[in-house]
Design a protein around this ligand. Structure first.
Ligand code: ZN
Length: 217
């Protein structure tokens, strides 16, 4: 099963990706992890990426695609994979098609959640500064904001990145750069648009149904 998943930040993509990869016994290839391991292991494209990052520059698509190619060539990806966080733009999607070939993907999952729902989800998020445990304004720690459930820490705060304005700015970039992937993959009959609102277990069943996997296990 060769899958790709995309969706707005805060749509619950990370959680579903982990479950999907486990369900199909395929590696979950998230862009961040791929970057870190390519740089750490000093692969050809990992070294090139590091040069750009050290210079404070954006890593060009050609280098990112090189890392994807390296990663997909590994034995664990031989019988499938789940790409998460890549491609993020149409040019990257074109590049990916060159790497994996015309029939290189079985299904592309768009996890669809309305903008207002993710704004509420992210801007209401609060994080323990000591241990990283996350809460929501609607679900505070049991003993109140001054006492983290996990570590007892007193600093449960909103991250700078999570303020509403920053969230809306990132969502606007998503609409402009990433949302067009839906039409691109719909043209190739690969797109499975899944409603990401609701209980994560229910969303997971929807995804499995959409990709044609078994829903019994
Ligand atoms: Zn804590």
């Amino acid at each position: 099963m060769r899958l790709l998943i995309f969706g707005k930040q805060g749509a619950g993509k990370g959680t579903q990706a982990v479950r999907l990869a486990e369900h199909f016994s395929i590696p979950h290839i998230s862009t961040g992890d791929m970057f870190r391991s390519a740089v750490r292991e000093g692969t050809e494209f990992g070294r090139r990426a590091k040069e750009f990052m050290d210079a404070g520059e954006l890593v060009p698509d050609s280098v990112v695609l090189g890392m994807v190619r390296e990663r997909l060539a590994r034995p664990d990806a031989e019988h499938g994979f789940l790409l998460d966080g890549f491609p993020r733009t149409l040019p990257q999607a074109h590049g990916l098609r060159e790497v994996v070939g015309e029939d290189g993907l079985d299904r592309v999952i768009e996890l669809a959640v309305p903008t207002e729902a993710v704004v509420e989800r992210i801007s209401g998020r609060r994080v323990c500064a000591d241990c990283g445990a996350t809460y929501h304004v609607t679900a505070p720690p049991r003993q109140g904001w001054g006492h983290c459930d996990q570590c007892g820490g007193s600093q449960v705060v909103q991250r700078d990145d999570d303020n509403e304005l920053a969230v809306r700015r990132r969502l606007a970039i998503y609409e402009r750069e990433t949302a067009p992937l839906a039409d691109y993959y719909a043209d190739g009959n690969l797109l499975a648009r899944v409603d990401g609102v609701g209980d994560p277990d229910e969303v997971f069943v929807r995804i499995l149904t959409a990709v044609g996997g078994r829903t019994s296990s």
